[in-house]
Ligand binder design. Sequence first.
Ligand code: ADP
Ligand code: F6P
Length: 472
Amino acid sequence: MSSARTYDFVIAANRLPVDRIVHDDGSVEWQTSPGGLVTAMESVMRGREAAWVGWSGQPDEAPEPFLDNDLLLVPVPLSADEVAAYYEGQSNDSLWPIYHDVIVPATFKRRWAAAYEKVNRRFAQQCAEVAAPGATVWVHDYQLQLVPRMLRVLRPDVRIGWFNHIPFPPVELFAQLPMRHAILNGLLGADFLGFQRPADAENFLRACRRLLGARTKGDVVDVPETDRRVRAAAVPISIDAGGLAELAESEPVRQRAKEIREQLGNPRTILLGVDRLDYTKGIRHRMKAFGELLDDGRLSADDTMLVQVASPSRERVAAYRELRHQVERTVGNINGAHSPLGSTAVSYLHRSFPREEMAALYRAADVMLVTPLRDGMNLVAKEYVTCHEGPGALVLSEFTGAANELRQAFRCNPHDIEALKNTIMAAIEAPAAERNRRMRALHRQVTRNDVQHWAGKYLDALEHAPEKPPAP
Ligand code: ADP
Ligand code: F6P
């Protein structure tokens, strides 16, 4: 299919919205890709005539561009070596730890950095190929930080935005990266840079001043040795609240939520965790707190259950494999010590579920535990308050982007296990009227600031950059 220079709106993200799955019998299936980026962007892009440039999730394969309704999906090929070096190595073993407070140590390898540059160039070339004259190209996330500058060189006529779905680290951590200058210069190829929190944008501006000697005025950077100015500001992402609420209120999902409670033996309290199995999510801290509450006798597995959904993630990276062992060992220990006959204290589900099942789980849960040690936003928190009806409660780590907005949650510091235990108990024991009041406020917050609102704000900022857009 010829797609040369025909699209006025192009987005580039490491992954396409669908992953190509090849089964053992050779049959091929496309499944929704994991993670918050796709959850958010899939609904923003639905119904738009646009191109989405990204990887198919399989090494050594480059299917031809194909149409998914009005959206042209443009697969970018990655060899097995590039998956290992660009994706697992540089993106998820160098950048990811640095951008998440070095919860695990970062590893730096020169060949990973070289592969990152090579793959970013391929993405830039692919964007240059499909973008119409004067098009808008919206680049996403930490895997593609060199693309804005590379694309500007290839196509000075296009407007370029970049949005970071994860945190941007303080300069003291960022400065460790051997490719720190290349990343800052790469990003400064954009017209507008969007971040989850004001603190992330400030970290970026500080890095430009300290490491490039760039001048900044307010949220605008003067790009050294050019007459270009780039704006960097917070535009916190959200979810398709309307679509999800409709799904959660549908009869099949209501029924399924009831069924889930029955299947679990109608416990008085269902606690729920939903995460990619990632060390940033604080799953071990959450388990420790829950296990100790059972040990201390403050909770009993006879009437309380923790359901932990953990979708498989980045399983070839050592820190992720180690986390999986630790979590599974802990689940085993808690269940061994506390599960009643015929039931479990922790129900651990290491797989992905359809949206309907996730919505039913959110509806069924009395208390949602969102305890990351660091998270750009955390869409799960927003999904829970959108789906749940009645007196639910959200326990939310202050180290998530979502905590900036969801002020009526039960806030916690997951590093402080004693305080986390107390917060979980407070959420369980708060009077129904208080839980109702908090949930209503949270629900309103997400409904008013949904992902369509976010995309509108982002694109408005991109159009007017480096100036601020006029107030609505
Ligand atoms: P991240 O982008 O780091 O994965 P977010 O919380 O922002 O974290 O987004 C995670 C997204 O993935 C949410 O939309 C959530 O519903 C979805 N998700 C997480 N685990 C599963 C699972 N096991 N099955 C289906 N969807 C999942
Ligand atoms: O924003 C965080 C992120 O890395 C996204 O880029 C991606 O959607 C998600 O997490 C899942 O990660 P991966 O693509 O590595 O499976």
